[in-house]
Structures are given as C-alpha cells and as structure tokens.
Write a protein of this length. Structure first.
Length: 172
C-alpha cells in the first residue's frame, strides 16, 4: 500500500500577518481590557486576529475555515456564560459598558449563531443554516460581531473622549 496520497502538504506556506483596521485594533484593545478584569489566560485579541487570519483570501481553500473562524469568535464570549464568571450582561456592566442592557440580547444572539457555526451546524440552534451559508453571509456575521462588540464595550469614558474630540474640532 502506498502512502503517496497522504503526502499532500498542509500549511507549508507562511503567510504574512493580517493588517487590521484602526477600528479592529480598537476592538482588540477593548476586548483585552475587558478580559483583564477576569484574569483569563488567553488574549481575546489573539482569537480575533486568528479568526481574521482564517478568513483571508489566501486561506479560502480551507474547507473548514468558517467553523474555525466562528469558533475563535465564539470563544471570546464563551467565558462570560460560565458559573465562575458573571453572565455577559453583568460582565459588560462591570466593565463600564454604557449599552450593556441594550446589547446583551444582541451579544447572546451573535454568540448563538457563532456557536452553531463552530459546531458545523450540528447544534440545537436553528438561527443559521450551515449548509446554505456562503462566505459573504459569514463575513456579514463577522461584521455584526465587530459592530456589536465595539458598541457593547463602549464605556462612559469613551463617550466623553469622543465629545472632547468633537469639541476640539469646532472652530473658535
């Protein structure tokens, strides 16, 4: 029996790092700051960057890239539903989120969708049909994750800083 068929290379090419937008870098900082309050071991910014790395055009031949990227994004929110860490809404409020109450349902919804995708559509949820999901659909889910988390991790101090920036732009 020949092993020739199993000698296809996997991951042989080394790709350059992903360049994040300023908004994505801002989200990474907010996520890491949020996590630092709970002394969690893995930086969520690394999970976020890993998800974006998996989605890059050079990796589109990976047949499991949606599930892998979804798993990384889902795991950013996973600890905040466990018994030893407060729930997502309480964790957001403790962080100082100005929209924790408004967005806790959206955070839960995106967590559920990502959970279904991370499990290849084999979970109990029905919000995402994995068999019909295209790359554009998943990119929309990633954009929603970014939008929801940036809003959810906006603190009162951030709002004051934005007001200060606007006021400095007004001519006197």
């Amino acid at each position: 029996m020949s092993d020739d068929f199993s000698k296809q290379s996997v991951g042989e090419n080394i790709l350059p790092p992903v360049s994040l937008t300023l908004e994505q870098e801002n989200l990474c900082d907010r996520l890491d700051n949020w996590y630092s309050h709970y002394e969690l071991k893995f930086k969520p910014s690394d999970m976020f960057r890993g998800a974006l790395f998996a989605l890059r055009p050079e990796c589109r031949s990976n047949p499991d890239l949606i599930a892998q990227a979804a798993h990384s994004l889902r795991d950013i929110l996973y600890p905040f539903g466990k018994k030893d860490i407060s729930n997502k809404e309480k964790a957001l409020k403790e962080y100082g989120s100005v929209k924790a109450g408004e967005l806790s349902e959206e955070v839960g919804r995106i967590f559920g969708s990502l959970t279904e995708l991370a499990h290849h559509g084999n979970g109990h949820g029905k919000s995402v049909d994995f068999s019909k999901l295209g790359m554009a659909d998943f990119e929309h889910i990633v954009s929603e994750f970014e939008r929801i988390m940036i809003e959810a991790l906006t603190r009162q101090l951030d709002v004051h800083n934005e007001i200060d920036q606007l006021l400095t732009q007004i001519p006197t």
